[in-house]
Design a protein around this ligand. Sequence first.
Ligand code: SF4
Length: 374
Amino acid sequence: MFIAPEFQQLRDRIAAGGPDAVERALARGRLDLDDLAALLSPAAGPFLAEMAQRSARLTRQRFGNVIQLYAPLYLSSFCINRCAYCGFSAGNAMPRRVLSFEEAEAEAMILHRRGFSHILLVSGEAPAKAGVEYLEALALRLRDKFAAISIEVQPLETAEYARLFAAGITAVAIYQETYDQTVYDQVHRAGKKRDFVYRLATPERAARAGMREVGIGALLGLSDWRAEGLAMGHHLAYLRKAFWRTGLTVSFPRIRPAKGEFAPLMPVSERDLTQLIFALRIFDPDLGLYLSTREEARYRDGMLGLGPTRYSAGSCTVPGGYGDSAASGAQFEIGDQRTIDEVSRAIRAKGLDPVRKDWDAIFQQHEQGRRQAA
Ligand code: SF4
């Protein structure tokens, strides 16, 4: 089982890196965790342009011109947890709902008509409202209409993931939020999510169940982003070794305004986020990297071609919000309000190819290419 390194040790290791360590890391073909620490360090700040070039080159080599587009489908805003930073927190008074199968299917078909053949199902963590049976039944209804179904829901047991895999769900995203256990304990005030270790072992339970792709991430703004990046590097290295058949992805959500008005404990600037994305791309060139509509259009456009490979577009974080634009109760405010066509145009303007189709097929092509190149 993956054991997270002590957070302060990660910070110390990063602080020890100087310009020599950064230059050494950038000169190497295959990087180790010491190299990643160097690229995350303050000493790497002046090397950002060089890191951008390397990150862009690797991204082009491994993923070609493709930017995969997606939109989340929010199923339920009920949650049993009290996370200080989230609009869905059980402590917030807000209108809540769980979509019926018919309502969820109607929302899914709106995304289908927009051209998506891959769908991401998202919910708050309330197993009594949207548990395994609900997800399984919904997946069985959607599987013939979509080429691939992913989930971002409460952590599950291996057998439960296996059941969902059999129903057609092939990818799981589960974010640790922070690898700093002291902060984790502060911001997760009640609910099952308070169990840091259980959550930390969730990506490997999903991989063990046979999921083709597993995503991890840290919520940026809770603790030191540099150490979060190195902790994710450790987690990725562990998962690569233990589950070499499983595709891995990373998300970089920065804290957005939400009900409850939580302010970031350690704000992360766009420059910080950029360094983190480049460092992880250079460390592990095969990662799928997400840049969601949490970020503003200007920043997302600027990052096109430099590292991220997956962009959300036309997203709504309210259950039922695609069909009913007046629906209220968002998880957080989004930063890039453009429609999917507008985002697609911006991608094409950079000479890249926005793809809404089957990511599994793309991923398998990519894996084949990777194996041939190895
Ligand atoms: S972050 Fe997730 S678990 Fe926490 S309150 Fe929000 S929906 Fe619930």
